[in-house]
Ligand binder design. Sequence first.
Ligand code: SAM
Length: 291
Amino acid sequence: MAEKRWISETLFDDLGFRMTYAVERVLYEMQTEHQHLVLFEHKHFGKMLMLDGATQVTTRDEFIYHEMMTHVPILAHGNAREVLIVGGGDCGIAEEVLKHKSVARLTQVEIDASVLEFSKEHFPEFTTPVFADARFESVIADGMKYVAETDRRFDVIIVDSTDPQGPGGVLFTYEFYAACKRCMAKGGVIVTQNGVPFFQPDELVSSVGHFRKLYADAGCYVAAIPTYVGGHMAMGWAADDTKLRQTPAETIAERYRAAGAFATRYWTPDVHKAAFALPRFIADVIAGDRA
Ligand code: SAM
C-alpha cells in the first residue's frame, strides 16, 4: 500500500510550526505565473486549496469566512449597489455577494487567471452560479493597478486576498488602501482579509494603522475558521460613516429579511453584531497603533 502523502501549510514556518494534512488525492497542482497552486482531497475538510503553502479555502469550512466577509459589510451599508472584490479567485465570496438582490453590479479583480480557470473546473459550486449571473464582471488584473486607475465608484470593497507575501503583498500597503478610498462611493465601506491576530498581529496593526489615516472609523471584526489556524481570524473594517459599525442587530435583521433571508450557516444578525466585540488581546493589538 503506497505511503500516504502529507501536505504542510508552511505559512507559519517562522513561528516554528506547521499544519500538515493527509492527502486522499491530489486533484490539481501547478506553478502559475504568480504562485504555487495545489488542490487536494482531505477526508475531513473535503477539497483544500493552497497557494504558496497557505490554505485558501476548503469545502468544509468556507462558509464561515465567505459569509462574514460578505453579509457584514453589505447589510451594515444597507444599500450596496456597486460591489468590488479584490482577489477572490475561487469565487466563494462572489457567490455570497450575488445572493443580495440589491446589488446591481459585482466586479471581481483577480491577478491570476489560472486560479479562476482552475476554480471553474474544481469549485463549480461557487463559479457556476457566479458566471451565470449577468451582474458579475470578472477582471484579470493586479488589484493595486485597478483601484488606482478605475473611474468606477464602489459602495462596498471586499479584499479577499492571499497573505502579505508574493502578489498579495501590495494589497496590505497604505498606497493600496488610499487608492481604494479614491474609488469608494460616499458612505462606502471596505473589509479586508487580515490574518489571525494570535500569529499575525503585525499585519493587523499595519492595516488598521493605515485605515486610521484614511477613514473616520477603523477597526476589525472576528470569526473562528478551523483551517485558518490560530483562533480568531481578523477581518479589517474601515468606513467614513462611524454609525455603520454600530447598526443595531434589529436593523440588520430587517435588512436581511428585506434581502430575502437567504440561507446562511454561520452569519446571523446577532453574530454580525457580536463579531465587533473584540477579545481584549485583539483590541490591544489594534489599539497599539494609536501611540
Ligand atoms: N480566503 C483566502 C484567504 O483568506 O487566504 C483567499 C482566497 S482567494 C483564492 C485569494 C486570491 O487573491 C488569489 O486567487 C490570488 O491570486 C489573489 N491575489 C493575490 N494578490 C493579488 C493582487 N495583487 N491583485 C488581485 N488579486 C490578487
